[in-house]
Ligand binder design. Structure first.
Ligand SMILES: Nc1ncnc2c1ncn2[C@@H]1O[C@H](COP(=O)(O)OP(=O)(O)OP(=O)(O)O)[C@@H](O)[C@H]1O
Length: 707
């Protein structure tokens, strides 16, 4: 069988093809890959500038671009409409960058045309006259462009040339033109393109070796099974690739202690974390030690497990990574220790807190009225102050810090609040019930009694973890090199937990890295999403203000549509029509998501879709289909087409999730910010298409969209 490598461009275009065309591509590749004389199926085009570039017929309208890498090794470069494919195949030349050793492609036809369009007479002063050819060569600029450079004297001309060249050469030439020294450019190119790896001696004739040195764009497929698995879920294909910055972060040999990777939505934190887990597991000594890969919820942990499965096919590596949500892990540790554990869910907890509030403490609000503390307030006080700081007595509670909890409490109020909290905690205890936070606390205590069970711990979605969960994570791995690898985005904090890692004994100073390129969402969708966050600074887990500086998308697409409707029925009709159109266009049902603010709307929409004979995903029944979920449950997921609906004034911000400004202006601001983050999380789940709608007055959190 032919040995196949897949290029990122191929995957990107393949993922967007209608399903029947995808099937035709699968068939063409399958036949080609299995054939012992693979070359027979490939067509060389007359006039092609590069003899290694071939095309393969997919259908009357589509052709694949294949590059012969030597022997029976081939690169699936792209799949394009027939005419575009032919134009591509005759114009491009693949070569090995003599300095970096990576496989590159340039538009040679474009370069020839560019050369013809330049004025015949060289200008008095060229833009790059100050750079000797030896330096250009050292930076990997291909000698074919050397004769053109003295004839370029404007940024526009250089820009036109650069568009025809591979990324590394573009970076080098634009850096030099901007006045950087060759050494500075070298650092940038090596840092960005190679992530600091030295290719050593480069054989510029060995295309296959060069392809293997280009892991951010090209992946070799181990065999037909892996190929079929990749093509079956084109939506997930990107996970195989890392940008050099991500690679640098994920494959660093040693972090001397806990490392924190931040980056806003879609910057590849999860992917980077997965690669790190695989990297660490692959280097474990043969003594039964393990890596823990954990995240916020069970659904996210399951998604991580599936991605891990796709990332590595080595059973020895897979079996040494435990993938489990932090709640489940805490539960299992406690259950192993004392067998019977019953978790208190909201159905049990909410009435307890409401009863405690109804009988409980009062305070005078800013308008001078005497008001009761709400059940939600008491519950948060318990979780955010009492459990967070492990407060166990009224004396300790009187002294406890309440930073971030809004207006202060007087001494007698603290005593009353404590009495209410103690009452609820006592009832839970009597009934043998535990919350997940309590279980995390207890699990940390249990783990501390024995040697730490993990060699390395990788944590995704860290921004929403509770201090008790952090204490558990700290206890699960002995302090030392490569102990904790943490991934978090403070802009996606959608629960109440405000944590300072340093205060929990997790020092990340000097070991934080930020990812800035969003690979999921188009520029247009990202622009709208970022405008939802009103620019207020947020504090990260390291206690520093986070920033969105440099946060950007690499793809372009359509402008998100916002549809206004007179009432909910009309809004739902329009939604059904929209989802139907996506399905007709060949979008897979599981690649369509619908996010809403409330559980009730989830039910209504699921029912309405069912009535329209559209399958809805149901994890409990294991049913595949369109995913309808609350914005909270959308965290960590992504969809090719996403609808975020029910964005009405009375629904978002959710009235019961926001403290009134009269009660506590500080808490009010915090709550509003959380609702903004929630909408941000929801919108950034979209890859290509985002559709928004509301009935009646739109939510105040919805930014204006360009007409
Ligand atoms: N270097 C890359 N090249 C192309 N696609 C990438 C790259 N890195 C990540 N992606 C893709 O971008 C999308 C987002 O990645 P990922 O889920 O890891 O981001 P994230 O930072 O964890 O996002 P979020 O915080 O929003 O959940 C995924 O589809 C992923 O496969």
């Amino acid at each position: 069988m032919a040995e196949l490598a897949i290029d990122r461009e191929f995957l990107r275009h393949y993922a967007k093809l209608p399903r029947p065309v995808q099937r035709a591509v699968d068939a063409a590749i399958g036949k080609f890959a299995e054939h012992t004389h693979a070359g027979l199926h490939l067509e060389k085009l007359t006039g092609a500038r590069d003899p290694n570039v071939r095309t393969i017929r997919v259908s009357d309208f589509w052709r694949g671009i294949v590059v012969a890498l030597g022997g029976t090794r081939y690169l699936l470069k792209d799949v394009l409409p027939h005419d575009d494919a032919n134009a591509y195949a005759v114009s491009r030349i693949f070569s090995v960058n003599q300095a970096l050793g990576i496989l590159e492609v340039r538009d040679q036809e474009g370069i020839d045309e560019f050369a013809r369009a330049l004025p015949a007479e060289p200008p008095a002063e060229g833009l790059l006259d100050h750079v000797p050819n030896a330096d250009l060569r050292r930076l990997g600029v291909n000698p074919v462009v050397f004769p053109l450079l003295p004839r370029i004297n404007s940024d526009e001309q250089l820009e036109s040339l650069c568009q025809l060249l591979p990324e590394a050469q573009r970076t080098a030439l634009t850096g030099l033109a901007a006045g950087m020294s060759p050494d500075e450019v070298m650092q940038e190119v090596v840092g960005q393109i190679l992530a600091g790896e030295d290719p050593g001696e480069v054989d510029t004739h060995d295309l296959a070796a060069a392809a293997r040195r280009t892991p951010d764009r090209i992946a070799f497929v181990s065999g037909p099974i892996e190929l079929a698995a990749i093509l079956a879920r084109p939506f997930d294909l990107w996970r195989t690739f890392l940008h050099p910055t991500q690679r640098d972060v994920a494959y660093r040999e040693v972090y001397s202690g806990p490392a924190l990777v931040t980056g806003s939505a879609g910057t590849g934190k999860t992917v980077t974390g997965l690669h790190r887990a695989v990297f660490l597991a692959g280097r474990l000594p043969d003594d039964g030690s393990k890596v823990l890969l954990t995240t916020f919820t069970r659904a996210l942990a399951e998604a991580l497990g599936r991605q891990l499965y796709r990332l590595t096919d080595k059973p020895a590596v897979r079996s040494r990574i435990d993938v489990i949500s932090i709640d489940k892990l805490a539960y299992e540790i406690v259950a192993r220790d004392r067998r019977k554990v019953t978790v208190a869910d909201d159905e049990v907890l909410n009435p307890l807190w409401e009863t405690a509030a109804a009988a409980g403490p009062t305070y005078q609000n800013r308008a001078g009225r005497v008001t009761r503390f709400s059940g939600a307030f008491l519950r948060r006080e318990w979780e955010q102050v009492v459990l967070a700081q492990r407060v166990t007595s009224v004396d300790a509670y009187r002294e406890a810090g309440r930073a971030g909890r809004g207006a202060g409490l007087r001494a007698e109020q603290r005593d009353q609040v404590w009495a209410a909290i103690e009452g609820v905690a006592g009832q839970l205890n009597k009934r043998g019930l535990r919350t997940h936070t309590q279980l995390a606390d207890e699990a940390a205590e249990i783990v501390r009694r024995s040697p730490a069970p993990y060699r390395h711990v990788v944590v995704d979605e860290g921004q929403d973890l509770h201090p008790a969960q952090w204490r558990l994570l700290r206890a699960l791995v002995a302090p030392g090199p490569n102990d904790l690898f943490l991934l978090a985005d403070p802009y996606q904090r959608i629960y109440d937990n405000q944590v300072s890692l340093a205060q929990l004994g997790i020092q990340v100073r000097g070991r934080t890295r930020r990812l800035t390129v969003n690979y999921r969402t188009t520029h247009e969708i990202l622009d709208l999403s970022v405008r939802v966050l009103n620019g207020d600074p947020v504090t990260g887990l390291d206690g520093e203000h986070d920033t969105l500086r440099g946060y950007r998308s690499v793809t372009r697409g359509g402008v998100p549509e916002v549809a206004a409707h007179a009432d909910r029925n009309l809004e739902l009709d329009a939604l059904i029509e929209r989802v139907g159109t996506w399905l007709d266009q060949g979008v897979e049902p599981h690649a369509i998501g619908i996010a809403v603010r409330t559980g009730n709307l989830v039910k209504t929409i699921s029912r309405t879709l069912g009535e329209a004979h559209i399958d809805v995903a149901d994890d409990r029944r294991g049913a595949d289909g369109v995913r309808v979920a609350t914005m909270h449950r959308m965290k960590g997921l992504e969809f090719q087409c996403l609808a975020v609906v029910g964005l009405d004034a009375g629904v978002l911000p959710a009235p019961n999730a926001v403290t009134s400004a009269a009660e506590d202006p500080h808490a009010h601001r915090q709550d509003l910010q959380r609702e903004r983050c929630l909408l941000f999380v929801a919108l950034t789940r979209a890859r290509d298409v985002l559709y928004l709608s509301h009935s009646g007055t739109p939510s105040t959190l919805l930014p204006e969209t360009p007409k």
